[in-house]
Design a protein around this ligand. Sequence first.
Ligand SMILES: C[S@@+](CC[C@H](N)C(=O)[O-])C[C@H]1O[C@@H](n2cnc3c(N)ncnc32)[C@H](O)[C@@H]1O
Length: 295
Amino acid sequence: MSHIPVLLKEVMNYLDPKPGDFIIDGTFGEGGYTSEILKAVDSSGTVLAVDLSPVAIKNGKDKFKKDIESGNLIFKQGNFSELGDSFVSPLIEKADGLVLDLGFSSSEIEDYGRGFSFMRDEPLLMTYEDSKEPLRDALRRLKKDEIEKILRDYSGERFARKIAESIWETQRKKPIETTFELVDAVKKTLPKNYEMGRIHPATRTFLAFRIFINDELGALEKILRDSEHILKHGGRIVVVSFQSLEDKIVKNEFKNIEKTGKGKILTKKPIPPDRKEILENRRSRSAKLRALEVL
Ligand SMILES: C[S@@+](CC[C@H](N)C(=O)[O-])C[C@H]1O[C@@H](n2cnc3c(N)ncnc32)[C@H](O)[C@@H]1O
């Protein structure tokens, strides 16, 4: 299934890329935003497309071959949190704009084969790269109360304690190696009418572990703190988030930047999708956009 870009019109409106601009798409995904930004920056502009996922980068290189050849598009596989680190950063100059679309593209969850989806039986990795500690290894070292805290803090799971106990007990008998083994450990402890059947019983557990194992909140905090090293004066940062924890980080970091006089918040309130977009793309329903201009 192909990914439908969320809040695309609003992203372009706040990012406001102009011909000749240098823009960073920090979460390339399937290139929904990059494609529009390339049109706006025109043949004199450049886009740097970053993604943690080697699969996203490989597909992007095939799909956008022409733009790479014309020198308008550069790909970089890595964590957007490293963009401000001069020793690893691919930045030759500061950018006119940076956009982050947090979360995952639909096809990544479904096709990646690294254990992101509770719908497929796969090795329980949940990381993008082999160099990072996979979840199945982390589960061998995490204590019961640490698992409970991850589930509660990162996904608000009401049954965090019960699930943590079940995972821990299962783990003691035989280490959990696959997604379905984790799903079983979750399911067997939850009431049959969990969330009245609205979501899969393992939805929150998988979300919480994904945020934890990839340090997603730490990465977000870091890039926002580094924005003055990444963006020019007048450069804009636009963030689309899907969970309240992420939105809270964006809101607070933007406030901190504004307080120090280094930026101006462009969205007094977060921008949600309109009704039409929600009807056309259910995934957009929890999206929130915030934007800031670096001073
Ligand atoms: C929701 S998708 C982006 C979709 C994109 N805007 C589009 O329209 O096709 C998010 C992407 O960000 C990537 N990602 C998540 N965290 C990242 C990070 N810390 N650094 C770089 N990429 C990241 C994921 O691999 C995924 O491909």
